[in-house]
Design a protein around this ligand. Structure first.
Ligand code: SAM
Ligand code: SF4
Length: 326
């Protein structure tokens, strides 16, 4: 078990497989983003070794993210290896879905159980605008393939004022009437150079719930408001799916946080919204033993920060979202 100094049991690792992406969502990275050379990123065998060490430290839930995890070479082999590591219970992925058309089945066969697919609007023109060049029909093809492959599905939508905070959000919420999916609305978080844009565009959960309820009827709280991961869930009357709100900015869920993150360049990031990181790549490449690596990781986890400090204008500047993985 890996405890931090506040008594939180940290057992969920989100691994960024690459900082690269086949889209350039406006809230995530600049259009002219420069990416790290491959040699600076964790290699497959380095990921396997770290996963094994984390699993021995009690981590059992793993999520692959990015950048876009499906653009990483050998993503299927990586999933297979992680899923077969002793101690690992679930392997999930957060993806923009564009490549799932071909990859959903092999990923499911390799041991992936769940995909969270990001789709901010169902409107083709707006989707193109938010992602800078994506085609929403490619996401739908990916979703169809994920359903056919038997993957459990959640949809993620980052809500951006004046882009998708009204009829687009309502149309996404409406999907839960006919699909057994969880559609989750994420409050936009500020990072690095794009923080001004992000902060100006945050739509608080309460406002969004009111917008959805005005069009689709009351939202019934699910499970008395207990969080499902980071999301508080609601249901529309008669709906097959649920609507989740991930409100990291206005209603942080730090007390129940069980997460740590591994960036594509091998840094252990202890909190999404704080700059604190521990370099794991360097000791790994310098020949540290498993025991030494465990000590470095445990020390980092012990000092995991409590909560963001956005209200005090402390914004993480050292990375943009695509480098951390969400
Ligand atoms: N490329 C994959 C995807 O888009 O799902 C995985 C990586 S992406 C960084 C992970 C999640 O973070 C996505 O759901 C994305 O919409 C979300 N995201 C990106 N930038 C964000 C921001 N500034 N605030 C909140 N969520 C953000
Ligand atoms: Fe790429 Fe995902 Fe960031 Fe969009 S949110 S640019 S798909 S990493």
């Amino acid at each position: 078990m890996s405890l931090d100094r506040f008594g939180r049991n940290i057992n969920y690792l989100r691994i960024s497989l690459t900082d690269k992406c086949n889209l350039r969502c406006v809230y995530c990275m600049p259009e002219d983003m420069t990416f790290r050379p491959r040699a600076e990123l964790l290699q497959d065998d380095e990921i396997y070794r770290l996963v094994n060490i984390f699993a021995e430290l009690g981590f059992h839930k793993f999520r692959l993210t990015g950048g876009e995890p499906t653009v990483r070479a050998n993503v299927v082999g990586i999933v297979r290896h992680i899923a077969q590591t002793p101690g690992v219970k679930t392997v999930a992925m957060t993806t923009n879905g564009l490549l799932l058309d071909h990859l959903a089945r092999p990923l499911a066969e390799a041991g992936l159980s769940r995909v969270n697919v990001s789709i901010d609007t169902l409107n083709p023109e707006k989707f193109h605008k938010i992602t800078r060049w994506g085609k929403v029909e490619d996401v739908w093809k990916g979703l169809d393939a994920a359903v056919a492959a038997g993957l459990d599905i959640k949809l993620n939508a980052v809500v951006v004022r004046h882009y998708n905070d009204r009829e687009d959000a309502v149309n996404l919420a409406r999907l839960t009437l006919t699909k057994p999916w969880q559609v989750r609305f994420i409050e936009m978080m500020p990072f690095g150079d794009v923080a001004d844009f992000q902060q100006a565009g945050v739509v608080p959960e309460e406002e969004l719930r009111a917008t959805i309820a005005a069009e689709l009827g009351p939202l019934e709280l699910v499970d008395d408001g207990r969080l499902d991961g980071e999301a508080r869930l609601y249901r529309l009357a008669g709906g097959l799916g649920t609507i989740g709100f991930i409100s990291s900015v206005t209603q942080p869920f730090c007390a129940s946080c069980t997460r740590a993150r591994l960036t594509a360049d091998g840094r252990l990031r202890l909190c999404l919204l704080r700059e604190k990181e521990v370099n794991l790549l360097e000791p790994l490449r310098a020949g540290a033993s498993d025991t030494e690596m465990k000590a470095i990781i445990e020390e980092g986890i012990w000092w995991k920060p409590w909560g963001h400090k956005l209200a005090q204008e402390v914004i993480p500047l050292n990375r943009v979202m695509s480098e951390i993985g969400g």
